[in-house]
Design a protein around this ligand. Structure first.
Ligand code: HEC
Ligand code: HEC
Length: 486
């Protein structure tokens, strides 16, 4: 795969604007100087319609907007979990790339509830669990969440429909949810509180989704039955009144499940981190990328046929996703979603029932991918090199997969990893080619991926506006999550 040699004629064509019209220049004329990497990339950037800004045309809140600020408070609050031991931030901390730095998450019933990242363990063997991770899929980043236009979740079970609003897990496939709210992120925020493993816990199993949301709203607002109400509800009423600028409104009117999830959504939608070297490069600064990253970019955006590795066939556009679903046979382990023999996860098939969607998962966006590991829907790969090699030679990567790389104990069904993953490799929709590659090419691709990082995501000071300051009117109920080990 030598992009420089094979791509020449084609790229020259693109650069010299129209090989049909440009009769005065023969693209194969040996006297023409070869295009530089910057010229080749500039042609590809144009061809792919890239601007470097995935948020064009979107109206997004600032983190200092009052509702986003309230959302941050809620995002960090354990009051939203059944047993007051888990918050959204447990699995989506800004200093952990908007995720949890675990292959598979642990929500409720952790040994130490405020310990995030590697070392977090599940305490209880109750409820049929085994001490291993309780959530079957990797926690995606919340960074740049507003870039998604159509699908949230690995299997897209939250979906913007053509003309019927937003479908959520509360409504059948293809049917809009009247309570979905104003945007995908708002709609999503209504669901983690309904998941027993993530936040709901097991003391509220009798409550359906509507009831648990109502219970939590009443808990924060101090109204309704009075069961489970927080000792200090003035704290929340004050913050809701300020955020919504309704100083005299009642808790019942303001602290509703819709307002809670809207505010949490606004906080997440303010997490825009796109100022990467790649953005600078696309916007004209040729010095923003290293030579190796440029070689990686050429491989990434050039199809296999033309001498590249064709990543942009799926990772397309300014947020590097086609929002499509593909089976790329990421090693499968963990407790599974109950598919097949129970240990499997059929991905998009679970929603559509279409055999062509079996084992297919949503193409992740790649902005800030350097900080959002482990990678893949099961968190199978703990290095960027690993996930890149998987894409290049999936068969080898799966047969040689080393689960020793996982940074957590108790991961289930490792004994079924080979057979469950081979089933995906053997399925007719398996989507990746088997390419020969050099070590240099892996390094170049990784350097390109690292050029998609906004340095703010690696800098605690820069991230501070998105992190709830323990001294900023701390929750008198003691439910504000103060992460240990960060
Ligand atoms: C125990 C860990 C855990 C907790 C707690 C948790 N999440 Fe998540 N989150 C996940 C996992 C795992 C997924 C992916 C699930 C799937 O795709 O099936 C996810 C998905 C998401 C997504 C969709 C991301 C995408 O790219 O599609 C958003 C947004 C999100 N969570 C926000 C929240 C909010 C808001 C809360 C609190 C109300 C929360 N999460 C609580 C683990 C967690
Ligand atoms: C056929 C479509 C397709 C192609 C081509 C493709 N990818 Fe992917 N990629 C995916 C899908 C789908 C996933 C998620 C799969 C899963 O979780 O099961 C993914 C996951 C990833 C991830 C992990 C992201 C995360 O947040 O977990 C990285 C990194 C990545 N791809 C990079 C690349 C690179 C580099 C190339 C080119 C060598 C490439 N991809 C080519 C579809 C594709």
């Amino acid at each position: 795969m030598d992009v420089n040699n094979k791509l020449y004629p084609l790229l020259l064509c693109a650069i010299i604007a129209g090989c049909n019209g440009g009769k005065d220049t023969d693209p194969k004329d040996p006297k023409d100087p070869p295009p530089t990497k910057d010229e080749q990339l500039s042609a590809l950037i144009k061809q792919n319609g890239l601007t470097g800004n995935p948020m064009t045309g979107k109206t997004l809140p600032d983190i200092n907007d009052p509702i986003a600020a309230l959302g941050k408070r809620l995002f960090f609050s354990k009051s939203l979990s059944g047993n007051r031991d888990t918050a959204c931030v447990t699995c989506h901390h800004p200093q952990l790339g908007g995720g949890d730095n675990l292959s598979l998450p642990i929500g409720v019933d952790a040994v130490v509830s405020d310990l995030l990242g590697p070392g977090r363990a599940h305490d209880s063997k109750a409820h049929g669990y085994d001490g291993g991770p309780t959530v079957p899929r990797n926690a995606p980043t919340t960074f740049n969440i507003a870039a998604w236009n159509t699908f949230l979740f690995h299997d897209g079970r939250l979906e913007r429909l053509q003309d019927d609003g937003i479908r959520t897990p509360d409504t059948p496939f293809n049917q809009g949810d009247p309570l979905a709210g104003s945007n995908l992120t708002h709609a999503q925020a209504r669901f983690p509180v309904t998941s027993p493993e993530e936040m709901k816990g097991f003391a509220h199993e009798d409550k359906d989704n509507t009831q648990i949301r109502q219970f939590l709203s009443e808990r924060l607002g101090g109204y309704g039955s009075g069961v489970g109400v927080l000792p200090n509800t003035a704290y929340w009423l004050d913050h809701f009144r300020t955020a919504f600028n309704q100083p005299a409104a009642s808790a019942e009117a303001l602290i509703t499940e819709q307002n809670i999830s809207f505010a949490i959504g606004e906080y997440q939608r303010s997490q825009v981190f796109t100022a990467s070297p790649w953005q600078q490069y696309v916007q004209g600064n040729n010095a923003a990328l290293s030579t190796s990253a440029k070689r990686g970019a050429l491989l990434f955006f050039t199809s296999e046929k033309e001498g590249g590795v064709g990543c942009s066939a799926c990772h397309s556009g300014d947020s590097f996703t086609d929002e499509g679903f593909h089976n790329i046979a990421i090693p499968q382990f963990g407790r599974g979603k109950g598919d097949g023999d129970g240990s499997e996860d059929f991905g998009r098939f679970r929603e559509t029932g279409d055999d062509a969607d079996k084992f297919a998962f949503r193409t992740p966006g790649l902005l800030n991918v350097e900080v959002t590991g482990p990678w893949g829907h099961s968190g199978a790969y703990t290095t960027l090199e690993g996930i890149v090699r998987h894409h290049l030679q999936p068969y080898d990567a799966v047969s040689n997969y080393n689960s020793g790389q996982l940074s957590q104990a108790g991961v289930q069904n490792l004994d079924k990893l080979q057979s469950n993953t081979q089933a995906a490799l053997n399925h007719s929709n398996f989507a990746l080619p088997n390419l020969n590659y050099t070590e240099q090419e892996v390094t170049d691709l990784v350097n390109f991926l690292k050029a998609l990082t906004d340095t703010c995501t690696k800098d605690a000071t820069c991230l501070a506006p998105w992190i709830l300051d323990e001294t900023d009117d701390p929750d008198p109920n003691g439910d504000q999550l103060s992460p240990l080990g960060l």
